[in-house]
Design a protein around this ligand. Sequence first.
Ligand code: ZN
Length: 343
Amino acid sequence: MSQKIKTAIAGSLPKPAWLAEPEKLWAPWHLSGETLEQAKFDAMRLAVDDQLRAGITVIGDGEQTRQHFVTTFIESLSGVDFVNRKTVRIRNRYDADVPVVVDRVMRPKSVFVEDAKRLRALTKGPIKFTLPGPMTMVDTLFDDYYKSREKLALAFAELLNQEARELAAAGVDIIQFDEPAFNVFFDEVKDWGVKTLEVAAAGLPCKTAVHICYGYGIEANIKWKNALGEEWRQYEHVFPLLAASKIDQVSLECINSRVPMELIELLRGKDVLVGAIDVANNQIETPEQVANVLREATKYADIKHIYGCTNCGLVPLGRAVATAKLQALAAGADLLSKEMGLS
Ligand code: ZN
């Protein structure tokens, strides 16, 4: 008999109100210095506890120590100027003030390894750690040095690989690279995106994953999604390339999106983290709704490769809503597992 369907979160969870302003993306910290560092780890314990109590299989840190899924990593690198920012268009959708690459990028010290060690100490089960993907990093900066998105991505990929090797050595079971940019720049994904992703993931002793979504429920993303038409087939460009890559798992957006489920057929043989929880509304999915999404996925992927997951990070939501959504995710996966006679 196969094992029951596993569950995981894409990455982030809401932060407690004493740590950062709730229900706000990229909210600044409320604390500073040593108090802040302690508070981040306290928040991580709560995030882990919420997942364990809900019955989630693969546990993450809820990204409680980061303000932003990309720039928090970049802040620890040298070669990037965070003071004199420039305005650029992100993912072809919205303008943001971003740091500027002014010199060769280097990673003078580990970024998340202490976080990973703490996470490892909080559970004996499988743990996942997220890092930004090289293309998404390039797309969240202004480059005044490399003058080539591909060259800068490759430089970042090498630094990510150093970091990922240390995370794996700290006991991380799955390292996931977040690449929402893969849903936008198809020519670049083909030319160098998957290649640089594989450089970031090269030689790791643990499983590797990539998360590709349609973004948080911010206005620019909602507008973009509304302009994408009846069927969202962006994954069709990317999945065949990932199927041929060494990446083990793909995390994608499904519920309430117009992504045809049949596209996951293109990932045969890979683990598929099927988004069955919407991160852009406050409605709590029922276990039946979650089970329905996962059941549909079983038509196109082997059950042993299917994980129930969230569409994206849960950070923009209230804590109570996010916790209830975690419970629905685990309950939905259990419901389908029982229906299919898995235990
Ligand atoms: Zn996402």
